[in-house]
Ligand binder design. Structure first.
Ligand SMILES: Nc1ncnc2c1ncn2[C@@H]1O[C@H](COP(=O)(O)OP(=O)(O)OP(=O)(O)O)[C@@H](O)[C@H]1O
Ligand SMILES: [Mg+2]
Length: 227
């Protein structure tokens, strides 16, 4: 990605702050070229740019799946990455949720178990797990498909399960890599509304890239445009 307009260099509350991020792939490919942006707590921000400009790489650096070559990433007072100080927190210690361009569902688990898996790992009590899953499946319109396996679902339904799985974990930051691209217009609108209302209710920060050609979102996200 070329430059994203800097918004702020100082974090407040649980704001996600990316400061001067650089990621260079072999062959001198500057996938992320000195990018700075702030996603304020409780808001939804879209990274907007053409294919190959570095949106996924930026999200992967925030999630800890790629190691950047320069810059800092923090959420509130927690430093996730600081290249100069050699701080790189592993993905599992970042308390972030991510929905990938491919959905990465567990194929051998039902919809319900896909959602419950992470909650059980984090020792969330059973009644709380059942309550959260039933609420979030209702939100994404899949309440009647909880016992299906991923192979028994359409692509759009699988995409909504991936979104539900990220939302149900209640992470402090939700990273969405074009998570609604397989949905028709009506369902996409429902999923977008569900994600935004969950973001506001839980005062979470959400960041999602989309290509420039996508229709404008009724969720009115703040967009960061490559300059
Ligand atoms: N592992 C890699 N090795 C070398 N180059 C890579 C690697 N991963 C990505 N790139 C390059 O980095 C640049 C940014 O890729 P990235 O996947 O972040 O783009 P994107 O903005 O998400 O694109 P799209 O909208 O197509 O998903 C591209 O030029 C891509 O070819
Ligand atoms: Mg991408």
């Amino acid at each position: 990605m070329a430059d994203v307009r800097p918004v702020s260099s100082v974090g407040a509350g649980q704001d996600l702050v990316v400061d001067d991020l650089v990621k260079v792939f072999p062959g001198d490919v500057y996938a992320v070229n000195h990018v700075s942006l702030t996603v304020h707590q409780g808001t939804f921000t879209t990274l907007l740019g053409p294919s190959g400009c570095g949106k996924t790489t930026t999200l992967n650096c925030i999630a800890g799946l790629e190691q950047p070559d320069g810059g800092r990433i923090s959420v509130g007072s927690a430093v996730l990455t600081d290249v100069a100080r050699r701080i790189v927190l592993p993905p599992e210690r970042r308390n972030l949720g991510m929905v990938f361009q491919s959905y990465a569902l567990w194929p051998h688990m039902t919809v319900y178990d896909n959602l419950a898996f992470g909650l059980k790992l984090h020792k969330v009590p059973g009644p709380e797990i059942r309550k959260r899953i039933s609420e979030v499946l209702e939100l994404v319109g899949l309440a009647n498909l909880a016992q299906r396996y991923p192979f028994q679902l359409s692509g759009g339904q699988q995409q909504r399960v991936a979104l539900a799985r990220a939302v149900v974990a209640q992470p402090r930051v939700l990273l969405l890599d074009e998570p609604l691209s397989n949905l028709d217009a009506k369902v996409r609108e429902q999923a977008r509304t569900a994600t935004c209302s969950s973001t506001r209710r839980r005062k979470r920060s959400t960041s999602a890239p989309r290509p420039c050609s996508w229709p404008a979102s009724s969720a009115r996200p703040r967009s960061c445009l490559p300059s």
